[in-house]
Design a protein around this ligand. Structure first.
Ligand code: SF4
Length: 252
């Protein structure tokens, strides 16, 4: 029987939004019970989108700060929350499934039995979600295509390389991880048609998070440019979230 903590988690993940937010279907519970222990689920349920220190969080729920820190640290290492450093101290942020928890599970490129199981469970949830609800309709583009320097072979859209380069020049911290979509497909035994895997690029604080917690790799500006070139050769588009002037990630 589903524990109440996972029912509460459904409500929290629904409110956090994004594609494939919470939905009350059996596949949701199968997935979250594999991702979160009951203790971690309860902690997830009190995390806010605004990053906060362990002391603040412990104060808010009247718990011992050391206990709370231990749970949060474990969750950060499992890709179940996001951590930012502020004045040398960690701040923890509640994270949606996408972009966030789903991608975080696969950044290291690992191939353990647990990762294979999560790949199956995420896939089953997304399929069941789509058939129950239909693909999410977004009123504005969630991503924007960043122009690249050449004409894309498959189409006639002319792009310039300049904007992607501007982002690469702008950030001192750049990290790269394994593309969740392709890695999860691979773990499910599907053919990814030779597409490059280590292409999911993160910038600034998010780069530090994926490098320090999730097995992402720190890269130089030159390596970032080389990855972009490889992606172009493979015919991949470069996209980022359509929300701010700054970008947290670059999807290839
Ligand atoms: S590269 Fe794009 S599709 Fe792949 S995990 Fe990153 S954001 Fe998702």
């Amino acid at each position: 029987m589903t524990q109440n903590v996972y029912k509460d988690l459904l409500e929290v993940m629904t409110k956090r939004g994004g594609p494939y937010a919470g939905l009350d279907i059996p596949e949701f519970y199968a997935l979250v019970e594999a991702l979160f222990t009951p203790e971690e689920a309860a902690m997830n349920n009190v995390l806010l989108r605004k990053p906060a220190g362990a002391e603040d969080i412990a104060g808010r729920i009247s718990r011992d700060v050391n206990e709370v820190t231990g749970i949060l640290e474990r969750m950060a290492d499992k890709g179940l929350c996001t951590v930012f450093q502020s004045h040398g101290a960690p701040l923890y942020q509640g994270t949606p499934f996408m972009p966030g928890i789903f991608e975080f599970q696969f950044i290291s490129g690992g191939e353990t039995e647990h990762e294979k199981r999560i790949a199956e469970l995420v896939h089953a949830y997304k399929k069941a979600y789509e058939s129950a609800k239909g693909a999410d309709k977004i009123s504005y583009p969630a991503t924007r295509v960043i122009p690249v320097a050449r004409t894309i072979k498959a189409g006639n859209v002319i792009h310039t390389y300049h904007q992607v380069m501007t982002y690469i020049e702008k950030y001192d911290s750049i990290g790269v991880g394994t593309c969740y979509c392709r890695q999860a497909a691979r773990l499910r035994g599907e053919d990814i048609h030779g597409m490059p895997l280590e292409v999911c690029m993160w910038f600034g604080d998010m780069a530090e998070h994926i490098i320090q917690r999730l097995g992402g790799r720190r890269i130089t500006k030159q390596e970032a440019k080389d990855i972009l070139d490889r992606c172009e050769e493979a015919g991949l588009l470069h996209m980022s979230r359509n929300t701010t002037e700054d970008i947290e990630f670059l999807c290839n």
